[in-house]
Design a binder for this molecule. Structure first.
Ligand SMILES: *Cc1c(COP(=O)(O)O)cnc(C)c1O
Length: 490
């Protein structure tokens, strides 16, 4: 299974190289033409647990790693690290289903990929003697999950950049209190798109040192995307086990979407043989994807909205580029043209027939903050289930797109305690101002009889270590300083 850029087929690499490099040299994302050639047999699903299923799926997508290497990475990633023995349990949500992806060390779904990526990257580096500096843009959750995953991993350093004032208080605290000798974090003046674009520019410039290469922990990295395919298969297995469906029956998934990584993993699962009927792309007020999937026009020339689901506050959904590659019949010239138009004009339009093809699988919709709060309230009052602001967007849009013939599974991407302030204001009328977020955590716990994850309540006692606030044009110097600190001056 070889990988090349979405924008040209000239540079061909194996998955080890693709993971270490992150982004292709021309700025495109790594894709494989062999995706879908090997199916995961549904009959085999029922005898698998999460770890063996992960081994099976990753062995297909990253086939230059041996199954033993993959198994070792998966063991280290998941065994004992998740608070649920099922890793990603499927639970009831009224007549629908919730796929709980937030039981990892940092209480967001990013853990599913970022627990395993560092092990894959270490393995890939073993034979090369190379060192890596990870530079990552985060809209809130990737940052902490990546810091935790890469903390003190030999021969890898990590710099995380988040948009100042545009992540939740808990998300910020999770990052700025991070321990580890190889980590650095800075707030950047700007929004997520500014930060993500700057990080992509850093990759294209290179590290400036022969002994260190730059890489990414964002979902542009194929090593981030591949582990996310696993839980779609595992959710399906659980539904069969619960006798909600029989093997072979279709299922719909509703996915709270920002950078299009999570929902794209669902599309990969479909190509690999999972009977996925609809993938429902749920957006917040940054509804550029709703417009795209309705009209075929991707237009980022609009105001950036700060919402209560900050991890989805994104106008440049990077992974859409991979979908365009596959639905265009693997046409790199087409993708390169679209991305050039997006870069230069801020807008592109795909042909009618291509939109129709996409719409066979993808449904869409969006929810504003008020609708999101109302959904949290309804789901709590009527279904007795506590959900976070991102999940609420997907519940609302998923239910609005519900159709006969398949159960609806909503991906629940974060613990409600990560966004406790907005969740409390949603479930209580006229909640008073309680001060800091720890007061809201306690209130939420008292109101619902649930417990905050220990990783979050424990933040209260931790000192803030990373307090830099910089401009976009200082990011390169920040990464250089971090390389010098971790690997010595060159
Ligand atoms: C990152 C994130 C999303 C969006 O996922 P993408 O892969 O960027 O589409 C949704 N919800 C939460 C809680 C997240 O952290």
């Amino acid at each position: 299974m070889f990988y090349h850029s979405t924008r040209n087929k000239g540079e061909v690499v194996d998955s080890r190289r693709a993971i270490v490099q992150g982004l292709s040299e021309d700025g495109g994302l790594f894709v494989s033409d062999a995706l879908g050639a090997t199916k995961i047999p549904l009959s085999a699903l029922m005898t698998e647990d999460y770890l063996s299923l992960a081994t099976r799926v990753l062995s297909v997508l990253l086939d230059d790693f041996s199954p033993e290497e993959i198994r070792d990475c998966v063991e280290k990633a998941y065994r004992g690290k998740f608070s649920s023995p099922a890793v990603t349990p499927v639970t009831e949500l009224g007549e629908d289903w919730l796929l709980e992806l937030y039981h990892g060390p940092t209480s967001a779904f990013k853990d599913l990929a970022l627990c395993v990526l560092p092990h894959l990257m270490s393995r890939a580096l073993e034979k090369t003697g190379q060192k890596v500096m990870i530079a990552t843009a985060t809209s809130g959750d990737t940052g902490k999950a990546a810091l935790e995953g890469f903390k003190d991993v030999p021969n890898i350093g990590i710099s995380v950049f988040y948009p100042e004032g545009k992540v939740s208080a808990v998300q910020r605290l999770q990052m700025v209190t991070q321990e580890g000798g190889n980590v650095a974090v800075a707030a950047v003046r700007g929004n997520f798109d500014d930060v993500q674009s700057a990080v992509k520019r850093l990759f294209l410039q290179g590290s400036g040192r022969s002994d260190v290469s730059l890489s990414s922990a964002n979902s542009i990295n194929i090593g981030r995307l591949a582990p996310q395919v696993v839980y779609y298969f595992d959710a399906y297995r659980q539904l069969v086990e619960k006798k909600v469906i029989s093997l072979g029956d279709p299922v719909d998934f509703s996915v709270p979407t920002g950078n299009f990584g999570d929902v794209l993993a669902g599309y990969y699962a479909k190509l690999m043989g999972l009977p996925v009927r609809h993938l429902i792309v749920a957006s917040n007020a940054n509804n550029v994807l709703t417009d795209f999937l309705t009209t075929g026009v991707y237009d980022r020339r609009r105001a950036f909205e700060k919402t209560i689901s900050p991890s989805m506050d994104i106008l440049m959904s990077s992974n859409l580029e991979r979908l365009l590659y596959y639905v265009s019949g693997q046409d790199t010239t087409f993708v390169a043209d679209m991305m050039k138009a997006l870069r230069e004009d801020g807008v592109y339009r795909i042909p009618e027939a291509m939109l129709a093809e996409i719409r066979k699988t993808f449904r869409c919709g969006w929810a504003d903050d008020e609708q999101t709060c109302r959904t949290i309230r309804e789901v709590w009052d009527e279904d007795g289930v506590l959900i976070d602001t991102h999940t609420a967007v997907a519940v609302r849009v998923g239910r609005a797109n519900k159709a006969e013939g398949a159960p609806l599974v909503v991906l629940s991407t974060a613990s409600p305690y990560k966004f406790c302030r907005d969740v409390v204001f949603s479930i209580v009328d006229n909640a008073p101002d309680m001060g800091d977020d720890f007061a809201y955590m306690d209130a939420l716990s008292g109101l619902t009889g649930t417990e905050p994850p220990r990783g979050l309540s424990g933040l209260k006692k931790m000192p803030e270590r990373h307090t830099d606030v910089i401009d976009v044009d200082q990011m390169q110097a920040f990464v250089e300083a971090q390389m010098n600190r971790v690997y010595g001056e060159k």
